[in-house]
Design a protein around this ligand. Structure first.
Ligand code: ATP
Ligand code: MG
Length: 300
């Protein structure tokens, strides 16, 4: 059976299993509101200037929405995810996470896998599962649940291995499985597929879309890959090297999308053109003036 949601056709099945059995997130909806977020990292060491990582970032996303953050290295993408997750605080402005229908959980796929090296893959996965499922009897159910997500990322046979015995790409896939396995209402993904080979990345991208389509989860997804952003997103936020949102671009294309769809190709070209324009403007702006403007100091 397929169900219409916002004009998109949802898939009702995932292989022989209904994806919702594993990924449904209980009707809870999150709303994220970032208001004029500024983040300044204090200088560390003598003579080093403070770093303005984010400078007036505002946007809203709620419920079943997929937002990609795209921008040059160092523009503050990871910092923004860290603020949403609560790992970092804002210097000015605010990020609010409100919830409808219950408590919203946050899943985070970090830029590096961040697995506990002394725990096996299974133990790393179980570590993040809800405490109420840890009683005797529920534990075996949790293991089954975890195995589903390990299978999903192609790592069904690694559960008793330690992270040090896996390749970098395999560790990253455990990180992805770990975040998905808590069925988050807000899913933060920091370049999750960038260290994977093209075929694995393509498979996981498709799988992610399929799983997400069956939820009300809000996804914030960081990528350098504009095609990936077009394939996955409802909206692309293009950030500039000053730590601001340069362009907010809705992607209003039917799903599922493939790299060869004419509209996907032309949307990618449009975004790349805006990206190039942004880069040109930032090259023309003297570094000194930019730093001063970011710090709220009048340029001389
Ligand atoms: N803990 C920190 N202390 C000091 N400076 C930091 C800290 N974390 C990030 N920064 C600085 O803030 C800026 C933004 O960093 P961030 O990691 O958010 O960039 P990014 O957009 O994720 O880059 P990349 O695409 O390379 O991952 C950079 O100049 C970085 O050096
Ligand atoms: Mg980063």
């Amino acid at each position: 059976m397929s169900v219409e949601r916002n004009g998109r056709v949802r898939r009702g099945s995932h292989g022989v299993l209904h994806a919702g059995v594993y990924f449904r997130n209980g009707g809870v909806m999150a709303q994220l509101i970032a208001r004029d977020v500024k983040k300044v990292f204090a200088s560390s060491g003598s003579g080093r200037k403070p770093v303005v990582a984010l400078n007036g970032v505002s946007f809203e996303a709620s419920g079943h929405t997929f937002v990609s953050l795209v921008g040059p290295s160092g523009c503050g993408k990871s910092t923004f995810l860290n603020i949403v997750s609560g790992v970092e605080s804002v210097t000015e402005g605010s990020v609010e996470l409100s919830e409808k229908g219950g408590e919203a959980t946050i899943g985070y796929v970090f830029q590096d896998p961040r697995l506990l090296p002394w725990k096996t893959v299974m133990e790393n996965m179980l570590y993040v599962q809800p405490a109420h499922g840890r009683e005797k009897g529920s534990r075996e159910k949790q293991r089954e649940h975890v195995r589903y997500f390990l299978d999903l990322v192609g790592l069904g046979r690694t559960e008793s291995m330690f992270p040090g015995q896996l390749s970098g790409g395999m560790q990253q896939r455990v990180g992805i499985a770990r975040a998905l396995s808590i069925r988050p209402h807000v899913l933060l993904m920091d370049e999750p597929f960038s260290h994977l080979d093209a075929i694995t990345a393509r498979g996981l991208r498709t799988e992610l879309q399929r799983l997400w389509d069956d939820t009300d989860a809000t996804v914030l997804f960081v990528t350098h890959d504009v095609m990936e952003a077009v394939l996955l997103s409802d909206k692309v936020l293009l950030m500039n090297s000053s730590g601001s949102i340069y362009a907010d671009m809705p992607i209003d294309l039917a799903r599922p999308r493939t790299q060869t769809d004419q509209e996907v190709v032309s949307t990618q070209a449009e975004i790349l053109a805006v990206f190039e324009q942004m880069q040109k403007e930032s090259e023309q702006e003297p570094e000194e003036d930019r730093t001063k403007a970011q710090l709220g100091v009048e340029a001389s």
